[in-house]
Design a protein around this ligand. Sequence first.
Ligand SMILES: Nc1ncnc2c1ncn2[C@@H]1O[C@H](COP(=O)(O)OP(=O)(O)O)[C@@H](O)[C@H]1O
Ligand SMILES: [Mg+2]
Length: 372
Amino acid sequence: MGTPIRRDTMINLRNMLQRNTSWNTFDTSEDVANINTLLFKYGLAVSDCINSPTCVTYVISLNVDSKIKTLLNLEKNFAIAVNDNNCRVYQDGNRLCIEKRGADNTIRLGDLYIDKFAGSDKPVMMLGKDNTGANRFCDLSKAPHVLVGGTTGSGKSMFLHSLLLSLLMNHDDDMNYIIIDPKGTEFTWYQLLNNCKVIGNAQSAIYVLNWLCEEMDRRYSEIAKAGCRDIDSFTAKGNRMVRTVCVIDELADLMITAPKDCEQYIVRIAQKARACGIHLIIATQRPTVKVVTGLIKANIPTRVALKTVSAIDSRIILDRSGAEKLNGKGDMLFLANGSFEPIRIQAPLVTEDEMKAIPYMCATKDRKAAAI
Ligand SMILES: Nc1ncnc2c1ncn2[C@@H]1O[C@H](COP(=O)(O)OP(=O)(O)O)[C@@H](O)[C@H]1O
Ligand SMILES: [Mg+2]
């Protein structure tokens, strides 16, 4: 294993992260009064308002007599009551929830950075704040591959940056990074790192995916030879094997270049690579069946939908509609590996300063100097 980042240098990295210093609050009184007027004839009323930095959820406690189907059908009326066309109305156990965009706060990486996260030896990534205001994280060792979809400008690249930076903060040299960025402009700063390759053209990207498949087979035989089951038990015995994260910003470009090869490599990696520490994070702005094929989808159970153009696109990513109602700019539905209901999360805004400084500090090891 590489040398873990020391505590004092962690603190310098942490100081680099920007925070939101002025939080706006949302006045819920008018919405509550309108909802209560609407629900009066059903004998129900708002029992709780949950405020998060970007969302507000009105909760109505239900009882066995409540006509839940009728209530869910009132979605359009609720939209008028809370003055938001994109409000989501859903049932959560014995509660009816009406969720809408609340105060317009921007989340920053520094707002998510908590002690529990600092120095974690697990490959943990910061996702954002959920609709109760709690910080949400995702452990790559449990969610080995992630599929991210959303329309242009919905915040895909920024979300990838926040995932990469949060991994880098804890694992600057005990993890390898491969970034496939056919645009070739967004991820250049990571090139400073010895353990990061940024690939700017689709044909080379296909070669890299092929290489990853071979690397996977090589790792498997190494793990098997040592009599272990997976990367964790292998490294616990004192052997060296570092995790490799491959980020693809725009799968469609690769699928156009070599559809058969690309699909085959991705599916092979997605099926098998978990145990040997190879992870895929794949983003696309074209969630169509030609790009996100059934086989690719079936093998990547962790999904993130940022705002989509239509309910059809949302269904391709999440197997359910809903993402078309999001607000864009990092507002997303996160479906964790093995869970049935997606969670609404607001991803952080990452500034260019952070994108430049963190790879620089990690690459030069001169974290103190760069922090000034
Ligand atoms: N989490 C966020 N918070 C606030 N603004 C965001 C967030 N994510 C994205 N944005 C805004 O949206 C713009 C487009 O984001 P980007 O990641 O480039 O979209 P995409 O890659 O999906 O086309 C950004 O330049 C930024 O202004
Ligand atoms: Mg982009």
